[in-house]
Design a protein around this ligand. Structure first.
Ligand code: NAD
Length: 386
């Protein structure tokens, strides 16, 4: 019997709706396998700004630091502005075309700052996004089923460096008018640790790594490629392929099944993982794990979140697909708690329910049964119980 401390940060919009289903599934796992998951809830995002004056309070940061893992929902107050949340990078500057992303008594504070602080301060440098479209959902993707069949890939994205963090990053006056600058900087050590993470993960999979860069143009990419080759020498059992990012974008939809582990820098990973998410049919299907170097008594500390945002357009309507949040829990069990059988029990339960023909609104299909968020959660909980 193990005891595991989890900080539950459900956030905004559909965040609390889908996280609640993830929590129910964890409770079912606890019951079936005899574990104790000590879950402590706290506010993040708009909810925290309104109640506590910041997107994440110091007390919540402390709670996260003292936990074995973080279960995160989504943050954000309106649709269409994902640069801050997804890039893990730079809080937006003031207003964009759509206006401020949060209007309220503390409008200077961005809800996405919560994720930014968590990733940076907890040194969560490795973002893992596994993509394995279920056979039963092959027709839900915009890509042909024949191309998708057999796809089972893992994108390992560097999360705390690169152009989202480099300084200077500003728009400035010059004698010729305004100019803008962003800085893409990587150290050899930053590259080596993320590439090593990818090789370690590949050893437990099909032993293939595709390292993605733009070495024909960028100095940072030339260092990336050289460092990847050096790391590869320690893993003679794993094959390394170098791909330019533009070619990789094409191959992802031309031959997705040929990839095993893809490793890349922050911005390339940001863009490629959105593209790759479409292989699985819906944003509501994809989980992610963000890992660092801190070890707890149970394994690697990590932050676990679905890849989607707060989806205010469907919040409160029972339309959100909770599967990404539920699969996120499976990743937590696997990577932070080393509970592989329990993780497989969740993944198997999800697959059985999808195969049985249950779908949320985002995956509506002729002849299938459309259910709401809570009902989908209930069905998966029952399947986990066996
Ligand atoms: P989004 O991911 O919230 O939604 C994009 C589209 O996908 C919407 O049509 C939405 O209805 C749909 N969708 C998303 N998740 C779904 C689910 N589980 N089930 C069914 N449909 C789902 O992206 P957006 O609309 O660009 O952004 C909304 C807010 O979320 C913004 O404030 C943005 O900054 C924030 N955001 C946060 C995160 C995060 O917390 N990690 C990530 C992305 C966006």
């Amino acid at each position: 019997m193990g005891t595991y401390a989890i900080a539950v940060l459900a956030g905004d919009g559909i965040g609390p709706e889908v996280t609640a289903q993830g929590v129910r599934v964890l409770e079912a796992v606890a019951e079936r396998f005899g574990h104790y998951f000590k879950m402590t809830e706290a506010l993040v995002g708009v909810a925290a700004i309104e109640a506590e004056g910041d997107a994440i309070s110091h007390a919540t940061m402390r709670l996260c630091q003292e936990s074995d893992a973080i279960l995160f929902g989504a943050v954000g107050g309106r649709s269409g502005g994902r640069s801050g949340g997804r890039s893990g990078g730079v809080p937006r500057m003031g207003r964009d075309k759509a206006g401020p992303s949060y209007e309220g008594p503390h409008s200077g504070v961005q809800p996405e700052r919560a994720l930014f602080r968590l990733r940076k301060e907890l040194a969560l440098y490795a973002n893992l996004r596994p993509i394995r479209p279920f056979d039963a959902l092959l027709n839900a993707s915009t890509i042909k089923a024949d191309i998708l069949r057999g796809t089972d890939l893992l994108v390992v994205r560097e999360l705390t460096g690169g152009i989202y963090y480099g300084k200077p990053s500003e728009i400035r006056e010059t004698a010729q008018g305004l100019e803008a600058i962003d800085t893409l900087v990587y150290t050899e050590a930053e590259i080596a640790r993320i590439v090593r993470t990818a090789f370690e993960l590949a050893r437990d999979r099909r032993k293939k790594v595709a390292s993605v860069d733009k070495a024909n143009v960028l100095s940072s990419s030339r260092l990336w490629r050289r460092t990847a080759d050096l790391v590869a020498a320690d893993y003679p059992d794993v094959t390394l392929e170098h791909l330019l990012v533009d070619a990789c974008a094409m191959h992802l939809i031309r031959r997705p099944a040929s990839f095993d582990v893809i490793v890349t820098e922050n911005m390339f990973g940001d863009i490629l993982t959105d593209e790759a998410s479409m292989l699985a049919g819906s944003m509501g299907m994809l989980p992610s794990a963000s890992l660092g170097t801190r070890h707890t008594a149970h394994g690697l500390f990590g932050l676990y979140e679905p890849i989607h945002g707060s989806a205010p357009d469907i919040a409160g309507q029972e339309k959100a697909n909770p599967i990404a949040a539920i699969l996120t829990v499976a990743l937590m069990l696997r990577y932070s708690f080393n509970l592989k059988e329990e993780a497989r029990a969740i993944e198997g339960a999800v697959e059985r329910i999808v195969e049985a023909g249950y779908r949320t609104e985002d995956l509506r299909e002729e002849g299938k049964k459309v259910v709401g968020t809570k009902e989908m959660g209930r069905l998966i909980v029952e399947a986990v119980r066996g």
